[in-house]
Design a binder for this molecule. Structure first.
Ligand SMILES: NC(=O)C1=CN([C@@H]2O[C@H](COP(=O)(O)OP(=O)(O)OC[C@H]3O[C@@H](n4cnc5c(N)ncnc54)[C@H](OP(=O)(O)O)[C@@H]3O)[C@@H](O)[C@H]2O)C=CC1
Ligand SMILES: O=C1O[C@H](COP(=O)(O)O)[C@@H](O)[C@H](O)[C@H]1O
Length: 514
């Protein structure tokens, strides 16, 4: 068998730094919470079942709630999927339970963390080697990030040649100043190299695909600039409202929840220059560089909305956990511009909303019109990268209508993942990211300076929305289950988006009916 890497492999992305293969404990802090139950444990189980976790891994939960072992295990497995009672999955669940333990303790007392450390040392006393590696996953509210980071460093940090890493989840602050403060507090205890800041969109298959689509295809690369592209939309749509989570959401709003992090990350990968290599620092250097070329968003480039009751569904203000008369936006569209030679003048519209008509996250790159003269009213090319659901990349292009006509009609070249890659399971974002953290690969984690520039872009409009500069802007109402505020289409058209006429039919065109 050849030792050569397979064709198409991306060397620096696949190389391992401190790839943890054994003697590793994963500690989930906040193990009684929602994130742990819904995302962290299922992702750990997915990796465990597929053999991607280190040999003899142990998984330790830590939280304030007092629970006995059976209660804890019930909670851990509550979101594992085994709809057909597959015996192989049932066995794997049992094995996962066998490597799981729980320690209860507070987040602010050193003594509680000393007990956690004693538990970890007991586990590690069974290792053959002295080396012990510890991964600490923060499935925690930001209010306890700093005390937990401090206590872990002081009580649970291994100094025996093993590796210590912390995986931290957003929110990383609420604006530039608070983010800087949080980051510098955490930095007192954990170095940048030890810190893995999750933006789970970076673990999504189609977001990871952007680098390959852009830099492994000369044809796409050649059209990737202001000379060919008219406008870009990055869209996040959820078909449900806050539904009881409004208390948390109201503090943040749609921009902090999705635009400032997930959609901006997608934008930075979509627009950065080609990195020197795919190493984490080369990629992140380019992301930061392009973000630095984006000025703060202007108020007039912003459209804010809030959903109201419709079709029997409650409005945002009907959620009991939301303060009455809240003006928190549940929909936001903002247009950004990049001042560099590649992108000058191209509008990038980031839009996201809750309680909309569908579930969809996509990038829609709309190309410029064909030079006038030979076609009348012809549709623009669009490259659509659908991140979820049903991952797909399709290029909408004009083709000659088959038959004895000389007429162009809109059609598409379609790469739908379900059809093209039939036996492949697309990994969950959290699986991909936890695996990267075990490998020590920072490429898909957010570096401190990325956060800083991201907050610089959004902080002025966030302060305006928060009422720091005077009266708070009122979001326009939109009905639950609609496409968003009625003002949206005019907003997008203002930046050059042209919706194709109704001639586009998908998935099959019956010419006889045209
Ligand atoms: N591989 C696949 O699965 C493929 C699927 N298709 C399907 O074909 C259909 C058409 O595709 P496509 O043209 O890309 O997507 P759509 O027609 O759904 O959307 C195109 C754009 O028009 C906007 N839009 C949608 N409805 C309206 C409206 N009533 N008035 C004004 N603007 C509107 C959308 O905005 P917004 O999103 O904000 O509503 C979006 O920016 C879709 O259902 C798509 O899923 C096509 C090709 C391949
Ligand atoms: O970070 C968040 O993301 C989710 C959407 O994640 P997805 O993987 O389901 O697309 C969103 O619902 C939540 O409000 C936000 O905080």
């Amino acid at each position: 068998m050849s030792n050569q890497p397979p064709p198409g492999s991306i060397p620096s992305m696949e190389s391992s730094h401190d790839n943890l293969k054994e003697n590793t404990v994963i500690v989930v802090l906040g193990a009684s919470g929602d994130l742990a139950k819904k995302k962290t444990f299922p992702a750990l189980f997915g990796l465990f079942r597929q053999g991607f976790l280190p040999r003899d891994v142990k998984i330790v939960g830590y939280a304030r709630t007092k629970m006995d072992h059976a209660e804890y295990l019930k909670r851990v497995v509550s979101y594992f999927k085994n709809p057909n009672d597959d015996p192989e999955i049932t066995q794997a669940i049992q094995q996962f339970k066998d490597v799981s333990t729980y320690v209860s303790g507070s987040y602010d007392e050193g003594e509680a963390f000393a007990q956690l450390n004693a538990h970890l040392e007991e586990i590690e006393s069974h290792y053959n080697s002295k080396e012990a590696n510890r991964i600490f996953y923060f499935a925690l509210p930001p209010s306890v990030f700093v005390p937990v980071a401090k206590n872990l460093k002081e009580q649970c940090y291994v100094t025996n040649g093993g590796v210590n890493r912390v995986i931290v989840e957003k929110p990383f602050g609420k604006d530039l100043d608070s983010a800087r403060e949080l980051l510098s507090s955490l930095k007192q205890y954990w170095t940048e190299d030890e810190t893995f800041r999750i933006d789970h969109y970076l673990g999504k298959e189609m977001v990871k695909n952007l680098l390959v689509l852009r830099f492994a295809n000369v044809a796409l690369g050649a059209a990737w600039d202001k000379n060919h592209i008219s406008n870009v939309q990055i869209t996040f749509k959820e078909p449900f409202g806050t539904e009881g989570r409004g208390g948390y959401f109201d503090e943040f709003g749609m921009i902090r929840d999705v635009l400032q992090n997930h959609l901006l990350q997608v934008l930075s990968i979509l627009t950065m220059e080609r990195p020197v290599s795919f190493s984490a620092e080369d990629v992140r250097d380019e992301k930061v560089k392009v973000l630095r070329a984006i000025p703060p968003i202007a108020r007039e480039d912003t459209l804010l909305g809030q959903y109201v009751s419709a079709n029997g569904k409650p409005g945002y203000l009907d959620d009991d956990t939301v303060p009455p008369n809240s003006v928190c936006p549940t929909f936001a569209a903002t247009t950004l511009f990049i001042h560099n030679p590649r992108w000058e003048g191209v509008p990038f519209i980031l839009k996201a909303g809750k309680a909309l008509n569908e579930a969809k996250v996509e990038v829609r790159i709309q190309f410029k019109d064909v030079t006038q003269g030979i076609f009348k009213d012809i549709a623009r090319n669009e490259l659509v990268i659908r991140i979820q659901p049903s991952e797909a990349v399709y290029l909408k292009l004009n083709a000659k209508t088959p038959g004895l006509y000389t007429r162009a009609m809109p059609t598409e070249m379609d790469l739908t993942y379900k059809r093209r890659f039939t036996e492949t399971k697309i990994p969950e974002a959290y699986e991909a990211l936890i695996l990267d953290a075990l490998k020590g690969d920072h490429s898909n984690f957010v570096r401190h300076d990325e956060l800083d520039v991201a907050w610089k872009i959004f902080t002025p409009i966030l302060h305006w929305i928060d009422g720091k500069d005077g009266a708070r802007p009122r979001p326009v109402p939109y009905p639950y289950g609609s496409r968003g505020p009625k003002e949206l289409d005019a907003f997008i058209q203002k930046y050059g988006f042209k919706r194709a006429n109704d001639a586009y039919v998908w998935p099959v065109t019956n010419l006889a009916s045209l």
